[in-house]
Design a protein around this ligand. Sequence first.
Ligand SMILES: [Zn+2]
Length: 186
Amino acid sequence: MAIRDILIIPDTRLRLNSQPVKAIDKPVRALVDDMLETMYAAPGIGLAAIQIGVPQRVITLDLAKKDEPKSPQVFINPEVTWASDETSAYEEGCLSIPEYYEEVARPKSVKVRYLDIDGKEQEIAADGLLATCLQHEIDHINGVLFIDHISKLKRDMVMKKFRKAARRGDGNKPSFKDDVPEHHIG
Ligand SMILES: [Zn+2]
C-alpha cells in the first residue's frame, strides 16, 4: 500500500473519461488499497481513481464520523440508474480543488449500480451525504468537477487562482479568504 499524490486542477487528466474495469484482479485490488490509504491520509471522505492519475472507474468512500470505526466502501464501474427530481444543496469540497468550498444542488436521492470488490453486482439506494458523495465521485470518473455545477463566474475565478498557483509552483494551493475548511468531499 502507498499514499499516492492527488492531482490538483488545472491538471488536464482530471478531465479524462475513465475506462470501465474489466476484471477485478490483483492490480485493481492494489489500486483500491492505495486509494483508501490516500483518502484517509488526505483526509477525505471520497476519492476517484483518476484523482491519483489512474483513469479507471473506481471510487472509494468512507462516511464514518471521526469517533466511529472506519467504514470503507468501494464502487467499481458505478452507474446512476435513477435520480430524484427533488434536489438538495450541500457545501462541497474536493481534494483536487483544495480549500475551496461551494454549495452545489444535486438530486437528493439516487440509485447506483456497481460491482463490489468481489465482482458481485450491487445496487444501492442513497440519499443525503451518501447521494451527494456518490454523484461527486461518479462525476470525477466522467471528467466532471463540482465547480462545473456552479456559476461560470465563480468557476472562472477558481480556475484562474489555481492556474496562477500552478505557475508559481507553490503546491497549487491558492487561498480563499472567505472560505473556512469544513467538508472535504473528495
Ligand atoms: Zn472531488
